[in-house]
Design a protein. Structure first.
Length: 480
C-alpha cells in the first residue's frame, strides 16, 4: 500500500529496489515537480523514517514529497499544505509526517486540508513536537498523533491518554541495517516513533484490504477498546450540512468550516445522507425531533462526522460505533486535560497578554472574531476562547462557565504559546490576570465610558471601524 512521506526526501538506494514509486519536490511557492537527479538529498531524516517503516512493513511503497531542502529542516506552511493537497487529490491512503508547525496562525490552512483528507478516509500520522507544545497537524483531532516512549522497543506502542484524540506512544529506538553492513540505533525522539505507528496502520489496512477506512474503526482495532476517545475540538468537520431547527442567529461569515447548506429541519434525510457530508445539528430546547438524527447515525457514510450542539446525544439506544462525533460535553475535557501535562516549573511562567471581550449577545462574539483577525493579519499568534453559545462554530475554544479560571488560561498559554489570547465572555470577571497584562472591551449600550487606559466601551450594533479603533488602542496599551 502506498505511503506518502512528507519530509526531506528518500534516498532510494537505502531501501529495497523499486519501493519508492514517486519522488517529488515541493518548492517554497508550493509548486510540485519530479525531483531532478541533480537535486541531491543532503539529510537523512526522511530516509530513516522510510527505513523504519520498511523494517516492520516490508510491503510498503512510498511517494516521497520533499519539503525540506537543506540541513535546517525548515519549510513553509504553504509547502506543507501543497503536499497534503497533492495527497488529497490523488487519494493516497496513508500520509506520514514527522514534521509539523507550532504556529497558531497556520491552523486554518492545515486544518482545512487535513479535515478533507480524513473525510476521504485517508490516514494521517504525525509526530508530535518534541517540546510537547502545540504542533500541527499532530494536535488536530482525527490525526494519529505520536510521541516517543523510551521504555518501548521495536514495533511496540500503546494508547497515550496524556493527549486527547487518536494519540499514541511508540518505540523510536530501531536497529537499522546500513549498506556498509554496519547497524545503527535511532535515538529517542518523536519523529522516529511516528514510523512505528505508520507501519502498524499499513499492516492493518493491507491485511484487511480496506480503503477508504473508518478512522474510528482503525483506532478501536489498534487499541482493542470499545469506544472512541474524546475529541476536544471538532477539527474533523469541514464540508457540512447545518440543521438549525430553532433558527438560532449565527455568524455564518465566521464559520470555521464550509457550510454546504442550512436547513431548519430534517426535510429530506435521505437526501442529506446521500450527499455524504458532515452534519452539524443544533437541537432546539423543546420539541426535539430525534428521528432524522437517528437515521443519520445509523445510515450515513462512514466518513460523515457529526457536531452535536449540546451536551449529550439524545439517542442513547442508537449505537454510534466508530463515527467521529463532537459535542459540548467534550469541552470540559479541554480545560481539565492540560493540568497534568505541564510541569510545575512551566506552570510558574508568566501568562501572555489577554484581551477580555465582554457582552451578552453576538456583537461581543463578532468583536472577538474581528480582533483575532486583526492580530493574525499583523503576524501575532492569537488564540480565541469563549463561553458564548455555539462559539465553537467560529473556531473558538469553547469553555464552559464551570471550568473558566486563571489556571485554565495559564494552561492554554503554555499549551499553545500564543502572543495574545482573546477571551470572549458573557459576564465581567475582573480577577483574571495581572492588570498590566490585560485589556478589557465592553460590548453593549448599558456600559458607561471608562477612562482607564486598558478599557474600551463599544456600542452595538458595531459600526464599520469600531473594532479597528479598539485594536489600535490595544496595541498602543501593550506597546507603551
Amino acid at each position: 500500500m502506498l505511503i506518502a512521506l512528507i519530509d526531506d526526501g528518500i534516498e532510494s538506494s537505502m531501501l529495497p529496489l523499486n519501493v519508492v514509486r514517486y519522488d517529488y519536490s515541493v518548492e517554497r511557492d508550493g509548486n510540485i515537480h519530479v525531483r531532478a537527479s541533480t537535486d541531491r538529498i543532503l539529510t537523512n531524516h526522511g530516509t530513516t523514517c522510510a527505513q523504519i517503516i520498511t523494517k516492520y512493513a516490508p510491503k510498503a511503497e512510498y511517494c516521497s514529497l520533499r519539503i525540506f531542502h537543506d540541513a535546517s529542516l525548515q519549510a513553509s506552511c504553504d509547502q506543507l499544505v501543497s503536499a497534503l493537497t497533492w495527497c488529497l487529490v490523488r487519494k493516497v491512503p496513508i500520509i506520514h509526517l514527522s514534521v509539523g508547525s507550532s504556529m497558531l496562525n497556520d491552523f486554518s490552512k492545515i486544518r482545512t486540508v487535513t479535515a478533507k483528507l480524513l473525510h476521504q478516509g485517508q490516514i494521517v500520522i504525525a509526530a508530535h513536537s518534541n517540546r510537547r507544545s502545540y504542533s500541527l497537524p499532530a494536535c488536530l483531532n482525527g490525526v494519529f498523533s505520536v510521541v516517543a516512549d523510551a521504555a518501548l522497543s521495536d514495533c511496540s506502542y500503546c494508547n497515550n491518554r496524556a493527549f486527547d484524540g487518536f494519540s499514541f506512544s511508540a518505540s523510536s529506538r530501531h536497529l537499522l541495517n546500513l549498506p556498509s553492513g554496519n547497524t545503527w540505533m535511532t535515538p529517542v525522539c518523536n519523529s522516529y516513533a511516528a514510523p512505528t505507528i505508520t507501519a502498524v496502520i499499513h499492516n492493518i489496512l493491507t491485511q484487511n484490504r480496506t480503503f477508504p477506512v473508518s478512522l474510528g474503526r482503525l483506532y478501536l482495532a489498534m487499541t482493542h477498546s470499545q469506544k472512541l476517545p474524546k475529541f476536544t475540538r471538532p477539527d474533523f468537520i469541514e464540508d457540512a450540512i447545518l440543521i438549525n431547527p430553532a433558527k438560532y442567529p449565527l455568524l455564518t461569515q465566521h464559520f470555521f468550516f464550509h457550510c454546504v447548506n442550512e436547513f431548519d429541519e430534517f426535510k429530506n434525510w435521505e437526501d442529506i445522507i446521500s450527499q455524504k457530508h458532515d452534519l452539524i445539528y443544533l437541537p432546539p430546547v423543546q420539541h426535539l425531533d430525534t428521528l432524522g438524527l437517528q437515521l443519520f447515525l445509523l445510515n450515513a457514510d462512514i466518513s460523515a462526522s457529526l457536531l452535536y450542539g449540546s451536551v449529550k446525544l439524545p439517542c442513547p439506544n442508537v449505537k454510534i460505533g466508530d463515527r467521529l462525533i463532537w459535542n459540548e460535553q467534550f469541552s470540559d475535557f479541554f480545560s481539565q486535560n492540560m493540568d497534568w501535562k505541564n510541569s510545575q516549573q512551566e506552570l510558574k511562567k508568566e501568562i501572555c497578554p489577554i484581551v477580555f471581550v465582554y457582552g451578552c449577545n453576538l456583537d461581543a462574539v463578532e468583536c472577538a472574531c474581528q480582533l483575532k483577525k486583526c492580530f493574525m493579519h499583523a503576524g501575532y499568534q492569537c488564540i480565541c476562547l469563549s463561553n458564548h453559545r455555539y462559539s465553537y462554530l467560529y473556531g473558538m475554544c469553547y469553555i464552559s462557565n464551570v471550568n473558566f479560571s486563571l489556571q485554565m488560561l495559564k494552561n492554554i498559554s503554555l499549551e499553545y504559546n500564543p502572543d495574545i489570547i482573546v477571551c470572549c465572555l458573557q459576564t465581567v470577571c475582573l480577577n483574571l490576570g495581572k492588570a498590566e497584562d490585560t485589556y478589557f472591551v465592553l460590548c453593549g449600550n448599558s456600559y458607561n465610558e471608562v477612562n482607564d487606559s486598558n478599557w474600551s466601551v463599544v456600542s452595538v450594533p458595531l459600526e464599520e471601524n469600531d473594532v479597528l479603533k479598539v485594536y489600535e488602542k490595544i496595541l498602543n496599551y501593550f506597546h507603551a
